[in-house]
Ligand binder design. Structure first.
Ligand SMILES: NC(=O)c1ccc[n+]([C@@H]2O[C@H](COP(=O)([O-])OP(=O)(O)OC[C@H]3O[C@@H](n4cnc5c(N)ncnc54)[C@H](O)[C@@H]3O)[C@@H](O)[C@H]2O)c1
Length: 342
């Protein structure tokens, strides 16, 4: 069934080359073609993956074989383009962050709702292999009650020299931590309080924050702690996540950060308290491109069943409000309580 749904991709950048196109090919999805304002780049990639390179955006949206537009451009462009895709009757898969502000994101979600079309966001970390292992062990009781989820990241994640990311005042909470927030929501549900301290490095290229310290708390007492630094110059990399519960724990080395965007596998280990040592669970599954077909498959399923995609735009508003609350906490210098009704 999924191969009957045609995908048109707008944007032929790094993530489309290394994640979207390989993942869709492995999943047997139908990509009709690509459009990028840099036509030479779109043509090269289209030839490599055996699809067409559209000469204009109009050509893509007028293609009746395209049911879903996979919008993978820079975020400022996304906010302007999505209404055009909806007006042309296309369902849309957006990238994170959905929009520059929570208000902007709400407008896109409402516009999709009014059009009767589906809008989803590519928050694919939910399907990341270590997160999936954590979810399995939460569901079957091996973790027990969740106590502490840690994301520890220290690597060179900024681009020296000209890059659109370097011009943004609000940076890695919106582009990095957002994945950790969304996957933690997937594991634990909606949190109640957030606290953050967001810093800049003395020698960073980027204008926005590159050193993030964040605490997120859930009503049941579970806590997430994120330590993220994107300016490490030592060459060695820390990229570990870990969930400790009342009965057992899971830890994963996130292969994605070892040589981004090369497809390195996670090393996942688990322990039940009382066991003599950690046991290897898996060392073959990748986040990139492995998880990248999943938001698209969920969107296709929602279109075919008239359901809600797992990472729908509406669901994403709850991830984005936590992003905004982290910035607010840093600005105010105190913990921010989230409205349980939102
Ligand atoms: N794990 C993830 O989910 C993940 C990882 C990386 C990037 N992303 C997201 O994917 C998007 C693209 O990131 P990237 O790393 O591929 O960036 P990139 O700079 O490599 O590519 C962006 C492409 O978009 C094209 N583009 C920009 N504006 C356009 C427009 N109006 N019309 C047509 N083409 C346009 C550019 O020419 C460029 O080829 C961003 O929103 C980013 O946040 C997500």
């Amino acid at each position: 069934m999924t191969e009957r749904v045609g995908i048109g991709i707008v944007g032929a950048g790094l993530i489309v080359e290394h994640a979207h196109l390989p993942a869709y090919r492995s999943a047997g999805l139908t990509v009709c073609g690509l459009y990028d304002q840099d036509h030479a780049r779109a043509s090269r990639l289209a030839a490599e993956f055996g699809v067409q390179a559209y000469r204009s955006l109009d050509e893509l949206v007028e293609d009746e074989g395209v049911h879903i537009v996979d919008c993978a451009v820079t975020p400022d462009a996304q906010e302007n383009l999505v209404p055009q895709f909806l007006d042309a009757g296309k369902h849309v898969l957006c990238q994170k962050p959905l929009a520059d502000s929570l208000d902007g994101a709400r407008k896109l979600v409402e516009r999709a709702h009014e059009s009767g079309l589906k809008l989803a966001v590519n928050q694919q970390m939910r399907w990341e292999p270590t997160i999936q292992e954590m979810k399995r062990r939460l569901n079957d009781g091996r973790i027990g009650e969740p106590v502490l989820l840690t994301y520890r990241l220290n690597f060179m994640g900024e681009y020296p020299g000209p890059h659109w990311l370097n011009d943004l005042d609000r940076l890695f909470v919106r582009f990095g931590t957002i994945h950790f927030i969304d996957s933690a929501r997937y594991l634990f549900g909606e949190p109640s309080r957030v606290t953050a301290r967001l810093l800049r490095d003395k020698v960073q290229y980027a204008a926005g924050e590159t050193f993030i310290n964040a605490w997120i708390e859930w009503p049941n007492g579970a806590t997430m702690v994120a330590f993220e630094r994107y300016t490490c110059k030592t060459g060695d990399i820390e990229c570990d996540i870990r969930l400790e519960g009342t009965r057992g724990a899971v830890t994963g080395r996130l292969g994605l950060y070892l040589d981004y965007p090369a497809p390195n596998a996670d090393i996942i280990e688990a322990i039940q308290y009382g066991d003599p040592e950690w046991t290897l669970v898996s060392d073959t599954e990748t986040w990139l491109p492995g998880a990248f077909a999943k938001p698209m498959l969920s969107l296709i399923d929602a279109i075919q069943t008239n359901g809600e995609p797992a990472t729908s735009g509406r669901d994403n508003l709850r991830t984005l409000r936590i992003v905004e609350a982290l910035y607010e906490s840093d600005r105010l210098g105190r913990t921010v309580t989230l409205d349980a009704k939102e």
